[in-house]
Design a protein around this ligand. Structure first.
Ligand SMILES: [Zn+2]
Length: 343
């Protein structure tokens, strides 16, 4: 009998016991969404939340139990965003006695308590920060950890970063985009954490293929409920208010003042078929040149599957077509009378 055959028999004999153990205690996974602001992570998280094996917990690192120091850039949260706007209602996912209990623990013990409390086998953490994942991993959260890297082009990131409290110049935005994603790749590779990239542009235009890839990555079957994710209530902490507009528990008070425009913007948009074009009209030629002048930006973007030159060509094509169309409309509006006048 060959060595391989013996080994196979050994494995086969060992299997039923392993299956028995797993059935008694389902394997828990922690999956982390990692990305900059505006990378579409809240939308992806809400979408995956509709899968029966996944609980999207949102920005766990914003819970008061973890973020003990006051921080002017981030509001600390007591629980999920939607339930906290309905005062009389205690959130079933983050009940106050649980939040109180974990407040006394150190971060890794509190985090393990969150994973254990979770009924779905996969806890999806939408904190987005790679340093949050690094610190949990380095304190012992080493097994069954995966990262889903959410990206959006540096052009869109620069356009979205030109307002609000953290206003950044196009060049500063592009440099921070580059630094964030390089740090992410280095951190994940150094620790051997498996990762998958989800580009917002692909996901927002055709959601299903991106979601299928995520399911394969997490070893769970695809579930079509994710394509109508707003029918499953979300109990996520923090996140982009615009991504909750369809939730059955949504009330406009869940939005920050600065987010109120989103009610009209998203109200009639179907899910999918979204083309990311705000940057095309919103960034000047000078801003685009500044972004492209940031050293190594193109190299880092290419590691995430972006061809920035293609995006620039598309921008030129769309803007040129627009100009031609406007010129043609202006001519039609003037009509033949103007020719007579000119003659
Ligand atoms: Zn809730």
């Amino acid at each position: 009998m060959s060595v391989e055959k013996l080994a196979t028999e050994k494995t086969a004999a060992a299997k039923p016991r392993q299956i028995g153990r797993r059935a008694a205690k389902p394997l828990r996974q922690a999956a982390f969404l990692i990305g900059t602001y505006f990378s579409g992570s809240t939308l992806l998280g809400n979408c995956l939340n509709a899968h029966p094996s996944i609980f999207f917990a949102g920005e766990i690192d914003r819970l008061e139990a973890f973020r003990r120091e006051p921080d002017w850039t981030h509001r600390r949260e007591r629980g999920c965003r939607l339930c906290s706007t309905q005062a009389e209602h205690d959130c079933p996912a983050w009940p106050s006695e649980f939040i109180e209990k974990i407040r006394a623990l150190d971060d890794i013990s509190a985090y393990r308590a969150v994973i254990e409390r979770n009924e779905a086998p996969i806890l999806l953490d939408g904190s987005k920060r790679i340093d949050w994942l690094n610190s949990l991993y380095d304190s012992g959260l080493k097994s069954n950890v995966k990262a889903i890297i959410c990206t959006r082009t540096p052009f869109s990131f620069a356009k979205s970063s030109d307002g609000g409290a953290l206003r950044l110049s196009p060049m500063a935005a592009a440099a921070s985009w580059r630094d964030f994603y390089l740090h992410t790749l280095r951190s994940l590779a150094g620790r051997g954490i498996p990762s998958l990239v989800v580009r917002y542009e692909d996901f927002a235009f055709r959601p299903e293929p991106s979601i299928r890839r995520v399911c394969e990555f997490l070893n769970i079957p695809f579930d079509p409920a994710m394509l109508t994710y707003w029918q499953v209530p979300s109990h996520a902490v923090g996140g982009n208010g615009g991504a909750y507009l369809r939730d059955p528990n949504f009330t406009p008070s869940a939005l920050d003042k600065a987010e109120e425009w989103k009610i009209n913007y998203f109200s009639n948009k179907p899910f999918g078929g979204w083309i990311e074009d705000k940057w095309i009209y919103g960034l000047t030629d000078e801003a685009v040149r500044q972004i492209m002048s940031v050293p190594m930006l193109n190299d880092v973007a290419s590691l995430f599957g972006y061809d920035l030159a293609w995006f620039l060509m598309e921008r030129t094509r769309i803007l040129t077509e627009n100009k031609l169309r406007q010129a043609a409309q202006a001519l039609t509006a003037q009509g033949p009378a103007s020719h007579v006048k000119a003659a």
